[in-house]
Design a protein around this ligand. Structure first.
Ligand SMILES: C[S@@+](CC[C@H](N)C(=O)[O-])C[C@H]1O[C@@H](n2cnc3c(N)ncnc32)[C@H](O)[C@@H]1O
Ligand SMILES: [Zn+2]
Length: 285
């Protein structure tokens, strides 16, 4: 399996790796960091100086995920993902805990890990030297049209237009989001009234895709320390949303059951003909 062909974010020509830099024929150059990742996010495409998760969030995510509490989730995905040489990308891959395990199943050379946070990608690149790690936005992937068979989007934004562009017809997006009851004891400790909302990928996909599966998965564990709960809190949006007094009290949850509740969906990129039929209203699924 050859490594993915990257697209120059300035001019869309292919990038070639020469020594430790990616170059296009127009002379645009992107140096590969010592750690092994490449920053392809242009300054004009950044909304802030350091977009995405900050260093503390990344460190807490690593500390929490490495405890293995979410292993049942990645195990369920790995069981279903194909073994072999399909091209794949983990978009919004964070610090790469899932990505590195996916690479063991699907092949590291054929994989791309993309995140807009350079702290996240710097951490991810330590996990595997063969995956192509990129700082880039999921809204503007430096990948060619029709180049991917699988895109994984876990707990992050779904940019449907770019997914439709980079996926081959028949290619799949695997989306993981949180279910209604996700981290219920934590949310009950943080908020007077817990809002029951479930991630709904269907709000984002359109006629270019068809949903081919929907499943849920729950897991339960007992947090061992206040540090574990702090790591968990810091990697979730509750870190920003909850009041400081409420956050200060989460130590009481040590030794009490905690739960993960996940929604897993697969969406297939339709081929162009079936899309036209669908738009005309004469097609059938
Ligand atoms: C909740 S974390 C999930 C990380 C990883 N998928 C996981 O499950 O461990 C969301 C990630 O999306 C990244 N992110 C936010 N906006 C993004 C964008 N426009 N493009 C790519 N990644 C983005 C953040 O930096 C962060 O690492
Ligand atoms: Zn270029």
């Amino acid at each position: 399996m050859t490594t993915p062909i990257l697209k120059c974010p300035s001019c869309d020509l292919p990038l070639q790796l020469s020594a430790n830099s990616w170059l296009c024929e127009h002379g645009h150059q992107f140096d590969r960091a010592k750690r092994g990742y490449t920053n392809l996010l242009l300054a004009q495409h950044r909304r802030s100086r350091s977009p995405g998760d900050d260093k503390a969030m990344v460190q807490c995510r690593t500390a929490f995920l490495e405890r293995g509490r979410y292993q049942p989730l990645i195990d369920a995905l790995l069981e279903e993902l194909p073994v072999g040489d399909a091209s794949w990308a983990d978009i919004g891959c964070g610090e790469g805990w899932y990505t590195a395990q996916i690479a063991q199943r699907m092949g590291a050379f054929s994989g791309v890990g993309v995140d807009i946070s350079k702290f996240a990608i710097d951490a991810a690149a330590r996990r595997d030297k063969q995956i192509t790690w990129l700082v880039a936005s999921g809204a503007r992937l430096p990948l060619f049209d029709n180049s991917l068979q699988y895109a994984l989007v876990m707990f992050t934004y779904l940019f449907i237009d770019d997914l439709a562009r980079v996926l081959k017809p028949g290619g799949e997006v695997w989306v993981v989001g949180t279910g209604e009851r996700h981290l219920m004891p934590l949310r009950e400790a943080l908020y007077e009234e817990v809002r029951m909302n479930e991630f709904d990928a269907g709000k984002f996909f359109d006629e270019r895709f068809e949903r081919i599966s929907h499943s849920t998965l729950e897991c339960e564990w007992v947090p061992e320390s206040e540090q574990e709960l702090r790591d968990l809190l810091t990697m979730t949006p509750h870190h920003w949303r909850a009041r400081p007094e409420a956050k200060a009290g989460i130590g009481k949850l040590v030794g009490q059951p905690m739960n993960g509740d996940f929604v897993i969906e697969r969406w297939r990129r339709r081929d162009k003909d079936s899309q036209i039929n669908k738009v005309d209203g004469v097609g059938h699924d």
